[in-house]
Design a protein around this ligand. Structure first.
Ligand code: NFE
Ligand code: MG
Length: 504
């Protein structure tokens, strides 16, 4: 059989709009993926619309990049501004920033496993959101299936409680208004601390006794996925959850490894640059501090609205596995199942740390220190649930003159770079065996293990209700697979004939 090109558009059960094009061929008698292209199909313009606005707007506007990881954008925005202003925030503020971000990790990781990823492996009941689905390669027995199906519902409740936990200090979730340069706007009153402890007392046992064992059960049922979807093995983490105000002591540390090594190398921010050879942007490779967002469509060879971030010209995977590997907490392997297991174990690590942080709050202590200069350039590096996140800001008298965001999914789902090197998800797909060419569920399993969020990756404006986004890059003779549910509560309708309406 000649090589076949398959397009999955949109890939559902992730955030935002991702199209994947894979070439499937038979190599050494195994039908497998031999090439892959990941396309972010929607242009956004957050970096542009931030220009000339007051600095204080940045944490609020950038949180609207995404409803699933808003807190990390708030965090990155205020860290960047703290750095411009050379302000050290009081311990209370540092801790509450951590607590709300930690709550967001818990909800995001639980959401990912139970509501976005498990459906690729489980033959659920004949009802939404389990059906319609592909029936290929469903291996779990009836009791395991019914366990995971019933935990879908339990996990919804856990996720809600994680949101409520974040709202104790964040005021509301998503998009907490409490992140400001110099500190945090909540006073850590004793009642709030008790309330937060109560939520953790529900969430921690769920993570320990249900989430982690369920991931292990899934891995036991699909052991081949411990060697599928490895990719480059290059892992990068900026580090997150400051334990003090030194900037270097973090719950999950900063570092980078090459090709699955155990040696952790330093991260030099100056080596990060975004390439656009295959992206619909004008210009060349730029470091984020000097970055630009200049759309150019159409453009020869380009196939994505994502830029291609590279470290020293090399692609790096980011996310829970990268963080846990760099920190020395998880080094069993790099694969689809390793990503799920590292994510689950990280959830527990963060939740347990949150309990410690609650004990470190001082209910009568300061939550704010007045920032200094409002002129200068700086960056804020943190970790969103999906991986390394950076905001680069230039301020002139308190006004934003330049803003660049480089998100985790931009690293993971990036297109090829100027040297023709694939992005991490593209590379992870190579060699993935495909049993049934009409139902390439294996491809979707690899993609989902990264928990991609294209909303973040392209930092897009939401189109108006009647806006139509025309699908890009289709050519005759290619097959297309369409599906509909977003899986995260948002409505997404696919209009036949090539339009998308987005009604979230
Ligand atoms: Ni929209 Fe996000 C996270 C960020 S992913 S989810 O986690 O930043 O690119
Ligand atoms: Mg960007």
């Amino acid at each position: 059989m000649p090589a076949v090109t398959k397009i999955i558009d949109p890939v559902t059960r992730l955030e935002g709009h991702l199209k994947i094009e894979v070439t499937i061929d038979t190599v050494n008698q195994v039908q497998q993926v031999t090439d892959a292209k990941a396309t972010g199909t929607l242009f956004r313009g957050f970096e542009i619309l931030l220009q000339n606005r007051p600095a204080e707007d940045a944490p609020h506007i950038t949180q609207r990049i995404c409803g699933v990881c808003p807190v990390s954008h708030g965090m990155a925005a205020v860290l960047a501004q703290d750095a411009v202003a050379k302000v050290t925030v009081p311990d209370n503020a540092r801790i509450m920033r951590n607590l709300v971000l930690g709550a967001n990790y818990i909800q995001s990781h639980i959401l990912h496993f139970y509501h976005l990823a498990v459906q690729d492996f489980v033959d659920g009941p004949g009802m939404a959101p389990w059906q319609p689905s592909w029936s290929s390669d469903k291996r779990l027995d009836a009791s395991t299936t019914s366990l995971l199906v019933s935990n879908y519902v339990t996990a919804l409740s856990m996720r809600r409680q994680a949101h409520e936990l974040g709202a104790v200090f964040g005021g509301r979730l998503p998009h907490p208004p409490t992140y400001i340069s110099g500190g945090f706007t909540t006073v850590p009153r004793a009642g709030r601390i008790t309330q937060a402890k109560n939520y953790l007392n529900t969430l921690i046992p769920f993570i320990q006794n249900t989430y982690i064992p369920n991931v292990q059960t899934l891995a036991n049922g699909y052991p081949d996925y411990l060697s599928i979807g490895r990719g480059y093995g290059n892992l990068l983490a900026y580090g997150v959850f400051d334990e003090d105000n030194t900037g270097t002591n973090k719950l999950l540390g900063q570092g980078r490894v090459a090709n699955g090594a155990t040696t952790v190398n330093k991260v030099n921010v100056g080596y990060i640059a975004e390439q656009v050879a295959y992206s619909w942007y004008a210009g060349g490779t730029l470091k984020p501090a000097a970055g630009a967002t200049t759309p150019q469509y159409p453009k020869t060879n380009a196939y994505s609205w994502l830029k291609a971030p590279r470290y020293s010209k090399k692609p790096y995977e980011v996310g829970p596995l990268a963080r846990m590997w760099v920190n020395g907490d998880y080094r069993q392997g790099i694969s689809v199942m390793d990503r799920h297991m590292a994510r689950a174990q990280e959830t527990l690590k963060v939740a347990l740390a949150m309990r410690e942080w609650l004990g470190q709050l001082n209910s009568s202590g300061a939550v704010y220190a007045k920032p200094g200069s409002q002129t200068g350039s700086a960056f804020g590096l943190t970790e969103a649930p999906r991986g390394a996140l950076g905001h680069w800001i230039s301020l002139n008298g308190g006004k934003i003159s330049k803003y660049q965001v480089v998100t985790p999914t931009c690293w993971n789902a990036s297109p090829r770079d100027a040297a023709g090197k694939r992005g991490p998800i593209e590379q992870a797909l190579i060699g993935t065996p495909v049993l049934n060419i009409d139902e390439p569920v294996e491809v979707v399993r690899v993609i989902h293990s990264f928990d991609p969020c294209l909303s973040c990756a392209v930092h897009v404006m939401r189109p108006g209700k009647k806006a139509k986004v025309v699908k890009l890059g289709h050519s005759h003779g290619e097959e297309e697979i369409q599906a509909h549910d977003h899986g995260d509560g948002r409505v997404h309708t696919h209009v036949r004939g090539g339009g998308h309406t987005h009604g979230d």
